[in-house]
Design a protein around this ligand. Structure first.
Ligand code: AGP
Length: 614
């Protein structure tokens, strides 16, 4: 994840920017840089490697008056589009006039570069970011103010991003914008500071404003003007961060779980861009996974990670036409399994330390299977012992309940599925490109799903006192029913069970009684009518039914007690992506029910974040 720091109105602005960047190092980065304005001139220093390289470069630079500058922006870059080199390091400058630091993905940057009104521009980098300073430069040269030029730029770019920009002809202003990637504004008496999180700026201020999605602002020494996505001037709550140090690390959220649910769009940018190369090639080595022709792939995990494995089975079999067997790690390791028909095992583990998953992987190695690990914690035992590792890169997950690791695991597994499908030619190039385009749009789609929060809170209040619930799903959404039930039970202590919708008549329907909440995840994939009739059977026996689905399925099931619509997205592949998007309402529902019940959301009773002992 990239890190952004910007400051205006304070002497030695560069020094303060560097101090802020140091506090963002935990995010991981491969280059860094800063730009500052002095005497209406723009200066820019960048380096590949760690911050000490940048500090050395600053000391060696011939730039005078560095200490006297009062406006500077800085960045730690985790390479997404464009190789790791000085040119692609941020700030990205255009014509020595406009400097921009950016975190995120500008999804439509190639299209923007082809716009006729930019044909006179030579793009100097291979980054997606460069379209921002170029667009601002273009509008300023057409006579717009810096603010109006940056605002016009926002109307053109698409994607999940946060950026800060300065212009040498407008030295008393910083423009910032947030669309999915967080940005925090710190309020000093006669200066202002901006950071990717409050942790990076609390050494300077104790009051901050958290920008909301779609917000943009023009910041001057003594004033901040904030506008919302409807371009209306707005005010955001001023928060005292020093009152609760714990508060700072939760970045304004009540629990780590809440923060980790809401940061999914942003951290997924890291997962996606770490595996997608500039030319949209998927940087996953299927040779290393060791899949042999006519062999099935074995996937093993525990808990939520196991449900990700089931989704992967459905994706890989449907899209790549390769057989997949999924195994609970705690079972696989003891049942003396056969390796006939298998050549590879993929294990999935957020912590990389779950003892069952580790032992299942060791069992596979004994059976001469190649082992691949999908982990979040680099250097964990499973990472070190696997033959090949893929990383979800979503940063530390503190809440015991797995949230951002689940959606990032699914994203990695999806990329494996389409890479295999592409190699096996079970999809054509056009379909491949569509899948890649959809993968890139995931952060934005997740962002839209998070807007269901208020509706989910209403539902949570209606079911918070129940002692039992049933979750139902079919196809890709069957593992989501299992995940939704696990999320709810592990943090709210309500007994919850997940079933394949088609299984109801084989026993579970006996559980239906007056007022029992039955929650169904549903997408109109051609089988929705079958699932809807399962719901009707539940309603006719007195259940309270909650349908979380797309518009078409909700229209067909007007009889349900409550319904929540997930945002529309690319029709043709909608059902394929539903497991990742449906994870959001599943997580939010569990979170809000638990919060309403007052349980220890981040550290639920009897549970550990990583089960390292049997
Ligand atoms: C999920 O919310 C739980 N925390 C738990 O089921 C977890 O997914 C399981 O213990 C596996 O953990 P891992 O991904 O770190 O291996």
């Amino acid at each position: 994840m990239c890190g952004i720091v910007a400051i205006i109105g304070k002497e030695n602005a560069c020094r303060h920017v560097l101090d802020g960047l140091k506090k963002l190092e935990y995010r991981g980065y491969d280059s860094a840089g800063l730009a500052y304005i002095y005497d209406k001139k723009m200066f820019n220093i960048k380096s590949v490697g760690k911050l000490n390289k940048l500090i050395n470069a600053i000391e060696e630079s011939k730039f005078s008056k560095l200490e006297s500058s009062k406006v500077a922006i800085g960045h730690t870059r985790w390479a997404t589009h464009g190789k790791v080199n000085i040119k692609n390091a941020h700030p990205i400058i255009y014509d020595k006039k406009v400097a921009v630091v950016h975190n995120g993905i500008i999804e439509n940057y190639e299209k923007i570069k082809e716009k006729s009104f930019l044909k006179s521009y030579d793009f100097e980098t291979t980054t997606d970011t460069e379209v921002i300073p170029v667009l601002i430069d273009n509008f300023v040269k057409k006579g717009k103010s810096f603010f109006e030029s940056a605002k016009s730029t926002l109307k053109i770019i698409d994607g999940a991003y946060a950026f800060a920009a300065i212009h040498q002809d407008f030295p008393n202003e910083i423009f910032v914008s947030r669309n999915t990637s967080p940005l925090v504004i710190g309020i000093g008496s006669d200066f202002k500071v901006v950071g990717s999180d409050s942790h990076s700026i609390t050494q300077l201020v104790n009051q901050v404003i958290y920008l909301e999605d779609g917000d943009y602002a023009i910041i001057r020494n003594k004033e901040i003007e904030i506008f919302d996505k409807k371009d209306e001037k707005t005010h955001r709550k001023i928060v005292n961060v020093n009152t609760d140090i714990g508060f700072v690390s939760k970045d304004g959220f009540r629990h780590f779980m809440e923060k980790e649910i809401f940061e999914q769009p942003n951290v997924l940018i890291n997962t996606i861009s770490s595996l997608l190369q500039e030319n949209d090639k998927i940087d996953i080595n299927t040779q290393k996974i060791g899949i042999k022709k006519n062999n099935a792939i074995l996937i093993s995990a525990a808990g939520t990670s196991f449900y990700a494995a089931i989704v992967a089975k459905y994706w890989i079999e449907k899209i790549a036409n390769i057989a997949v067997s999924v195994e609970l790690a705690s079972e696989y390791r003891y049942r003396n399994p056969s390796n006939v028909g298998f050549s590879s095992m993929i294990v999935i583990s957020q912590s990389g330390e779950s003892i069952d998953t580790l032992m299942a992987m060791r069992e596979a190695k004994k059976l001469n299977l190649k082992t691949t690990a999908i982990v979040n914690v680099e250097g964990s035992t499973i990472d070190r012992e696997a033959d090949y590792s893929l990383y979800t890169r979503v940063g530390p997950e503190i809440g015991v309940a797995s949230t951002k690791s689940f959606t990032s695991q699914l994203t990695v597994l999806f990329l494996i599925a389409i890479k295999l499908a592409n190699e096996n030619k079970t999809i054509n190039h056009k379909e491949y490109q569509s899948f890649i385009k959809l993968t890139k749009s995931l952060p934005n789609s997740l962002s839209k799903c998070l807007k269901m929060n208020d509706e989910i809170i209403d539902i949570a209040q209606k079911i918070k006192n129940t002692s039992n619930t049933i979750f139902l799903g079919r196809g890709y959404l069957y593992p989501l029913a299992l995940e939704g039930a696990l999320k709810l039970k592990e943090i709210s202590y309500i007994h919850a069970e997940g079933f394949a919708a088609g299984e109801m008549k084989h026993g579970p329907i006996a559980l239906i009684e007056e007022n029992l909440p039955v929650i169904m995840f549903l997408i109109s994939d051609g089988l929705e009518d079958k699932s809807i009739s399962n719901l009707q059977e539940a309603v006719s026996r007195g259940a309270r039914t909650i349908l979380i689905g797309d518009r078409k399925s909700i229209k067909k099931a007007k009889f349900v007690n409550y319904s929540i619509e997930i945002p529309e997205f690319e029709k043709k592949f909608a059902s394929t992506f539903s497991p990742i998007l449906m994870a959001i309402p599943a997580q939010l529902l569990a979170y809000h029910v638990a919060r309403e019940r007052g349980t220890d959301v981040d550290q639920p009773r009897n549970l550990a974040k990583s089960v390292t002992v049997e």
